[in-house]
Write a protein that binds this ligand. Structure first.
Ligand code: FES
Length: 107
């Protein structure tokens, strides 16, 4: 079956928090959107692969969000968990046009 790409409007770049994430619900998906120190905007699945911590509520440091439940570090760039822990979360492409942020979801 052919997949379509849905663009979900997130908000303006300036409205995204700097150290925390923003939770976005898109259909049956829950996404955490982050703005890194260097201004990149990243979108990942909002559930930690360990025990389901809400990643948008974690603190962002560099490219890693620290899960609020047990402190696993998850890259908002590629979704990989930092060793020695293992796992990954799904990442989503982000589009920024005229300061407006969109997340692209394939369905
Ligand atoms: S649920 Fe995220 S570290 Fe345990």
């Amino acid at each position: 079956m052919e997949k379509t790409i849905r663009r979900i409007f997130i908000g303006e770049v300036a409205d995204l928090p700097q150290k925390l994430g923003k939770t976005v619900i898109a259909g049956n998906k829950e996404i955490a959107v982050f703005k890194t120190e260097n201004g990149d905007i990243r979108a990942i699945e909002n559930r930690c692969p360990h025990k389901g911590g809400v990643l948008a509520e974690g603190i962002l440091s560099g490219e890693y969000v620290f899960c609020p439940m047990h402190d696993w570090k998850i890259s908002v760039k590629d979704g990989m968990v930092q060793a020695p822990d293992v796992g990954c979360v799904q990442t989503y492409p982000v589009e920024v046009k005229s300061d407006l942020v969109y997340v692209l979801i394939r369905e």
